[in-house]
Design a protein around this ligand. Structure first.
Ligand SMILES: NC(=O)C1=CN([C@@H]2O[C@H](COP(=O)(O)OP(=O)(O)OC[C@H]3O[C@@H](n4cnc5c(N)ncnc54)[C@H](O)[C@@H]3O)[C@@H](O)[C@H]2O)C=CC1
Ligand SMILES: O=C(O)CCC(=O)C(=O)O
Length: 410
């Protein structure tokens, strides 16, 4: 059967040094055109490489803006091999009929472990003591060193990472408070607080685990830092845009905060070779890490399998389960049928136009699936038809005004 995109013609572009598990998974599924890059690409090169790609896989550095997406003439799916999807213009992708997938849990544990370890390091004043030893100093004082037991950890954003962090911290005997904009089930002995201010006033260590959204951009500025307890500590492993980093540097220099651990920055180098610049550089009460909260081999291997499997399933079968910007359908296999996909703008009248295409045709519709969201309608039709008829139907579907994409899967 001549499908719209035979597997051997499907180009998979994988950026940012994705795990070998992703590549193996694509190969096992029969995809042979895989282009691998160890880093994110400069924008001009990205536009060039994406032009004929059908599938793209990336992590947090690659920015898929509307402008970049406009160069992607054949793109059918995007895989974010991470949790955050803020690096992709999801609305634009949706308008273009491109589903975006991610791995919502695969690196959760890695981030939570790092955060709890950093809380202990900060409470013990290790960044400063470590820096002293490296220049021949010997600061054996207990001043400013505390056990984690009985200290208050304040978690902002009590989702997957926030809850895991809370559970691990309670295992150390910490008391856990959390603030979230949604009502959340408290794990263990954690307590929800009524306001962000209350959390800041009561916590010894504050840790941020919110996604990047318009509401969280710069949500943590001078005002919030001032409300934190004197001598308390801040951890940010969420997104660099969430914290006013200049104000954080001032709070650390003034001694209002006694330490911080920061994994994410407003501007991050694009690759391992590029210089890292930040107002926090040189402050010896700060742990700086290069956005590696989720970078463990376990997490990356799991993410490689998880996201590539979602992309392969969409490409082979049409299922969009767990897409973050697209109507979700989980489709059964109907190998005796031809499967046609129709992705369209969600405007009135399209479904009847689709049905008109099939009425009067001598084909049996074996199954039809429809799912819509505010922007997009996604229809999958399984028909008994020979190859020529399937291609004819596809052409008629493609001619319906409002159509974004059509495909014959098999
Ligand atoms: N440093 C790293 O390597 C990594 C960073 N991340 C970042 O961590 C973020 C959180 O990840 P998950 O816990 O998996 O997400 P999640 O979606 O499970 O949880 C986020 C929580 O934040 C809450 N929230 C949203 N806006 C808020 C606001 N304005 N104030 C208070 N709470 C708010 C949500 O209601 C939700 O409960 C990701 O979006 C990503 O940006 C994720 C993985 C690795
Ligand atoms: O692995 C990465 O590049 C990004 C990790 C992260 O921030 C995420 O999963 O959201």
């Amino acid at each position: 059967m001549q499908t719209s995109f035979p597997k051997e013609d499907i180009k998979v572009l994988l950026l940012e040094g994705l795990s070998a598990t992703a590549v193996e998974n694509f190969r096992r599924a029969g995809y042979s055109q895989i282009e691998l890059h160890a880093k994110s690409l400069p924008e001009a090169e990205l536009k060039e490489r994406i032009a004929d790609a059908h599938i793209i896989g990336l992590r947090s550095r690659t920015q898929l803006t509307a402008d970049v997406l406009s160069h992607a003439k054949r793109l059918m799916a995007v895989g974010c091999f991470c949790i955050g999807t803020n690096q992709v213009d999801l609305v634009e992708a949706s308008k273009l009929g491109i589903p975006v997938f991610n791995a919502p849990y695969s690196n959760t544990r890695s981030v939570a472990e790092l955060v709890v370890a950093e809380a202990i390091m900060l409470l013990r004043g290790i960044p400063h003591k470590n820096a002293q030893c490296h220049v021949g100093g010997w600061d054996k004082s207990a001043v400013g060193s505390y056990e984690a037991r009985d200290k208050v950890l304040g978690i902002i954003g009590y989702g997957h990472i926030g809850t895991q962090t809370g559970v691990l911290a309670e295992g150390l005997g910490m008391r856990v408070l959390f603030y979230d904009i949604e009502a959340k089930l408290a794990m263990g002995n954690a307590h929800a607080v009524a306001s962000l201010d209350e959390l800041l006033e009561r916590s010894d260590v504050v840790t941020l685990h919110v996604p990047e959204t318009p509401a969280t951009k710069m949500m943590f500025g001078r005002e919030q830092l001032e409300k934190m307890r004197k001598g308390s500590m801040l951890i940010n492993a969420s997104r660099g845009s969430v914290v006013d980093i200049e104000a954080l540097a001032e709070a650390l220099k003034s001694g209002h905060l006694s330490g911080a651990a920061v994994d994410v920055f407003p501007v991050e180098p694009k690759g391992n070779g590029e210089a890292f610049v930040s107002p926090l550089v040189g402050l010896d009460n700060v742990i700086l890490t290069p956005h590696i909260g989720g970078s463990t081999l376990e997490a990356q291997d799991n993410i490689g399998v998880e996201v590539s499997s979602k992309l392969i399933r969409y490409s082979d079968n049409g299922s969009t389960l767990s897409a973050v910007n697209f109507p979700e359908v989980s489709l059964p296999e109907h190998p005796q049928s031809r499967r046609l996909l129709h992705i369209h703008r969600n405007v009135p009248g399209i479904l009847s136009r689709i049905n008109d295409v099939f009425s009067g045709e001598n084909v049996n519709i074996n199954a039809q699936f429809l799912q819509t969201d505010a922007q997009v309608g996604y229809v999958v039709i399984d028909v008994s038809a020979d190859e020529a008829k399937a291609n004819e139907l596809k052409a008629k579907l493609a001619a319906i005004p409002g159509t974004l994409r059509t495909r014959i899967l098999y």
